[in-house]
Design a binder for this molecule. Structure first.
Ligand code: COD
Ligand code: ATP
Length: 385
């Protein structure tokens, strides 16, 4: 089951996008709907809300007066925190039940306004942001939905900023233009990325990779993408393993294949093998791999690559004591610190990609002499004996 987190500030168009995803077969778990269910008449939470915020948050019939609760709860930060502390545990329990019930679905979308506020983005295979600047959202809420301006402003002030949401989410759907544009973008996202990703995940299969080509530096936010993917992998593996961004995409000002390389460290290969099914569940099916250690041998590691056709990631699972692990970090740091080495390596990459376009194996082999001399320089201890 591919788990997607969908978020956006109030009035961004989450419902609009989740409807498009549902039309293409996604199961939707809607946090706002769950938030209504847990305060239905007879639920213990209703009495707790009245006890905390006063009897005026109930109607004469004993139901929740939503406008009265909103006025009390969004008045200041402390009140919103009190509301959240009361409601979020009940919402969480019911959400887990709904996820469990949908276990057989290929694609499940969790529509949740407070995904960034509650640091939930790393819980999903992918997080989607419906992005509209706060000023436009406010205007839409007041004009098309007839919402009270002060209420809308108060909720916006209690939520994350637009910049914080962009920083936390993997994919941005811009809904500041026409609904037609948003429908097209969301439809293409499902057809070209989410559904193939879900199929790959189920089959524990890697996504196909495009032919070798170099991306010039500054055209992609590799640092931000790596940070989000590392957070997801760390959380998904119990925060137990160091994970670092390595390779050319971890170095500013260097052309690179548009593949993010990550290194996850384990105490030994048995631990790597124990971790493999979990990594596959997270969208990183695995296999065998070796690091070339020069003339005198090769060092085993485990190699995982991801199932998402929209973002290529290699995950090198290496043992903490391995030469390969040390080399990866020292090589990255050398390139970060030494502009001359960076220039030399960039020029070599450009030459080899031109010469071996379409043949990644030949390209990697042609780089070997360069790497052989670097290994002697960067991990000399592994050659002493
Ligand atoms: C205060 C309540 C009764 C007001 O009800 P109302 O019908 O006016 O709003 P509704 O529930 O449809 O929410 C609309 C939007 O308000 C915003 N919002 C709701 N709760 C919060 C909150 N605690 N903090 C910030 N924004 C919120 C979200 O953008 C949400 O999509 C209701 O919002 C509520 O119970 N909120 C607490 C539960 C919650 O945190 N829900 C957010 C998703 S987990
Ligand atoms: N591209 C658009 N152009 C104009 N209006 C839009 C657009 N997308 C959504 N709207 C309108 O903006 C309002 C908010 O949209 P929607 O209800 O989908 O947002 P939401 O994020 O689900 O809201 P909430 O945060 O309240 O749950 C609605 O009135 C909707 O019709």
């Amino acid at each position: 089951m591919l788990k997607i987190g969908l978020t956006g500030g109030i009035g961004a168009g989450k419902s609009t996008v989740s409807t498009i995803l549902a039309e293409r077969g996604a199961v939707i778990v809607d946090a706002d709907v769950i938030a209504r269910e847990v305060v239905a008449p007879g639920q213990p939470l209703l009495a707790e809300l009245a006890g905390t915020f006063g009897p005026e948050v109930l109607t004469p019939a004993g139901e929740l007066d939503r406008a009265a609760l909103a006025a009390a709860a969004f008045a200041d930060e402390e009140s919103t925190a009190v509301l959240n502390a009361l409601m979020h545990p009940a919402i969480r329990t019911r959400t887990l039940e709904q996820f469990a019930r949908a276990a057989e679905a290929d694609l499940i979308v969790h529509d949740v306004a407070l995904l960034v506020e509650n640091d939930m983005a790393p819980d999903y295979h992918l997080s989607l942001l419906v992005d509209v600047p706060a000023a436009v959202r406010l205007d839409r809420l007041v004009r098309t939905r007839g919402m009270d301006r002060a209420d809308a402003e108060a909720r916006i002030a209690r939520q994350a900023t637009d910049a914080a949401r962009r920083d936390a989410c993997d994919v941005v759907i811009d809904n500041s233009g026409s609904l037609e544009d948003t429908r097209r973008a969301a439809g293409a996202l499902v057809d070209e990325r989410l559904l193939p990703f879900a199929r790959n995940l189920r089959a524990r299969r890697r996504a196909e990779r495009p032919a070798v080509a170099l991306t010039e530096p500054g055209t992609a936010d590799w640092t931000g993408e790596a940070r989000r993917i590392i957070a997801r992998l760390r959380r998904g593996t119990g925060e137990r393993h160091p994970i670092e961004h390595i390779g050319s995409t971890a170095v500013e000002d260097l052309p690179a294949k548009d593949v993010i390389d990550l290194q996850l460290l384990v105490p030994d290969l048995a631990a790597a093998d124990d971790l493999a099914p979990r990594l596959a569940d997270l969208g990183f099916p695995g296999g065998e791999g070796f690091d070339h250690l020069g003339e005198d041998g090769r060092e085993p590691k485990r190699f995982h690559a991801n199932a998402d056709p929209g973002r290529a990631v290699n995950l090198h699972v290496r043992t903490e004591s391995s030469t390969g692990a040390r080399f990866a970090l020292r090589f990255r740091d050398l390139l970060r610190d030494d502009a001359e080495e960076r220039r030399r390596y960039g020029a070599l990459k450009r030459r080899l990609v031109d010469r071996h376009a379409g043949d990644p194996t030949a390209c990697a082999e042609a780089k070997e002499p360069y790497f052989a001399q670097l290994r002697r320089r960067l991990v000399p201890e592994s050659f002493d004996s």
